[in-house]
Design a protein around this ligand. Structure first.
Ligand SMILES: [Fe+2]
Ligand SMILES: [Fe+2]
Length: 186
């Protein structure tokens, strides 16, 4: 894939060490899950490399990007959601990415969404369980990921929902929709 080398060089130039390590961890985990659940490992690797490619933007720059790219105002001052929406557009502009499944996997990697595709689930989960992640229950989630992708995704989405509720922030509507979708389809 032609973009694999370009995005890798871009990441090395822009991401700090820990974010780069996280990204490679997501890539390796996503490739593993793709092989396990019958997705395309190359697409999984590329989507993983793209997923946090604009996480380095600072608050002000991120808000300006949201404005310039015409993104929903709900992402203002919310870098943990905004970086995925910005990356989904920038990979098309800067790297000519045109695969809609890859673009959506990047776009929804922080929230999930209704009717998530196999690749979207893989990137969402790989982001949550890659080897450098450390939080309570991550080992349980890693074990579940080996046997049931949907259940592991649902668990991870619920963890996110619990965390967001504790912070007092509203839960993104895409996460609510993703939880509902998986609960009714498992
Ligand atoms: Fe991210
Ligand atoms: Fe990430």
């Amino acid at each position: 894939m032609k973009n694999m080398e370009s995005i890798d060089n871009f990441l090395k130039a822009h991401l700090k060490e820990s974010r780069l390590r996280h990204t490679y961890g997501v890539r390796d985990t996503a490739v593993h899950l793709a092989k396990l659940y019958g997705a395309d490992p190359e697409k999984a690797a590329l989507a993983a490399l793209y997923h946090d490619s604009y996480r380095w933007l600072k608050g002000e720059e991120m808000n300006r990007c949201i404005d310039e790219l015409g993104l929903d105002k709900r992402y203002f001052d919310n870098p943990s959601l905004a970086h995925s929406k910005i990356a989904a557009i920038m990979i098309q502009k800067e790297f000519g990415e045109s695969d809609s499944d890859i673009i959506n996997a990047v776009c929804y990697h922080t929230t999930g969404r209704d009717k998530m595709s196999l690749l979207e689930k893989i990137i969402y989960l790989a982001d949550a369980i890659e080897p450098s992640r450390e939080y309570p229950r991550v080992d349980k989630l890693r074990a579940l990921a080996e046997i049931n992708l949907d259940r592991a995704c649902l668990e991870s989405l619920k963890n996110t929902a619990d965390f967001v509720k504790k912070t007092g922030s509203p839960l993104d509507s895409d996460t609510t929709a993703a939880i509902k979708y998986l609960e009714t389809n498992i």
